[in-house]
Design a protein around this ligand. Structure first.
Ligand SMILES: [Zn+2]
Length: 354
């Protein structure tokens, strides 16, 4: 699959011992008006919508174009039609994040075409635009050089998003594991075994993670009026001082927690609490919940609720959490921080969401 999905990055295949919400937990969870700001659900699925209703959850459904994924993700026009159908059926529960097709990079009218598509999606209600890791890790220019996110060809696209007061979601680069020698103990090792196309360690001539992240930072710096959300802890999951430095340097930058909770669970508890306290206005909750046609909808629903419940227990209580060989104690964050991470920050950074 194209993205780091539930099974591969949250380790759900191994079983988590996670359990859905108790009635009391459910009431507390609903009270923060939870938003999952990072999903990839491309088809209307009644069981999933029943879950969203049960949790009173709103979501941001993110489009991706990938040439090495399911056929569904290859054609943006089809994917976009599917997502907007779902958005329209959802009764303002699901919002759309559009994207552009980066594989058209070498066409002379690349940016103009991308902007036409993006503006059309804004008219349909899209609240954000995603740029994905294939920029930096896959796509090459006409000379065969890897394209980085700060390539001048993208500049008019970023300007257009800023002019529309929408937000750019940057899933740029990947966990460090992609650049390191094989390590069966790495929490994301299985993903890179299943997806050798993203295992940069074995792809000679590919950019370093630093090069890619520096190019990402350059985009944030060059577009001070553009709101940028770095997906997956901004791909700085192994380096919290770097996350802090980046947030400190760029007031137009926030990050989502999507599918990287284990990295937070591995922090010393006091450090994790200090991190949430200091950056309480810049952290946005998300899961990467993914559903493909033909997948088991009941399983999606079960796993999604288990994830929501486990994350909620970790963030809101001081219970012992055991997840993927990590033993952590819940952070027991105060209600005002929980409310920001689960709701207020999403509304602020994706200002068209309600
Ligand atoms: Zn994703």
């Amino acid at each position: 699959m194209a993205v780091m999905t539930a099974a591969t990055m949250r380790g759900q295949q191994g079983g988590t011992g996670g359990k859905g919400f108790s009635e009391t937990e459910l009431q507390q969870f609903k009270a923060v008006r939870p938003i999952d700001s990072h999903t990839h659900i491309y088809r209307y699925t009644p069981a999933y919508f029943a879950l969203l209703q049960k949790l009173d959850m709103h979501t941001l459904d993110i489009m991706v174009v990938s040439d090495n994924a399911d056929p569904e993700r290859k054609v943006l026009s089809q994917e976009s039609a599917d997502v907007f159908e779902l958005v329209n059926k959802s009764g303002h529960r699901v919002y759309a994040c559009t994207t552009f097709d980066p594989y058209l990079f070498n066409q002379p009218d690349f940016a103009a075409k991308a902007i036409t598509g993006i503006d059309h999606a804004f008219d349909e209600g899209a609240v954000a635009v995603k740029i994905w890791k294939n920029v930096g890790m896959e796509i090459k220019d006409a000379k065969g050089k890897y394209v980085l996110p700060d390539d001048a060809a993208f500049a008019p696209i970023y300007a257009d998003i800023a002019n529309h007061h929408r937000t750019l979601i940057m899933h740029i680069a990947d966990p460090d594991t992609a650049w390191l020698p094989p390590d069966p103990h790495a929490s994301d090792a299985s993903y890179f075994i299943q997806h050798p196309e993203w295992y940069m360690y074995r792809i000679s001539g590919s950019p370093s993670k630093d090069q890619i992240l520096n190019a990402r930072d350059h985009v944030i710096q060059m577009n001070p009026n553009l709101k940028v959300v770095g997906a997956h802890l901004g791909s700085m999951e192994g380096e919290f001082p770097r996350i802090a430095a980046t947030l400190d340097r760029y007031p137009n930058f926030a990050i989502d927690l999507t599918a990287r909770m284990p990295y937070i669970m591995k922090l010393p508890r006091a450090e994790a609490i200090a991190f949430f306290t200091k950056y309480q206005d810049r952290l946005i909750y998300g899961t990467d919940d993914t559903y493909y046609p033909g997948a088991d909808a009941q399983r999606l629903v079960r796993e999604a609720e288990d994830t929501y419940a486990r994350d909620w227990r970790f963030l809101s209580t001081d219970s012992a959490i055991i997840f993927r060989n990590i033993q952590a104690q819940g952070l027991a964050l105060p209600p005002e921080i929980l409310r920001k991470v689960y709701h207020d920050n999403a509304i602020r950074w994706y200002s068209e969401m309600r």
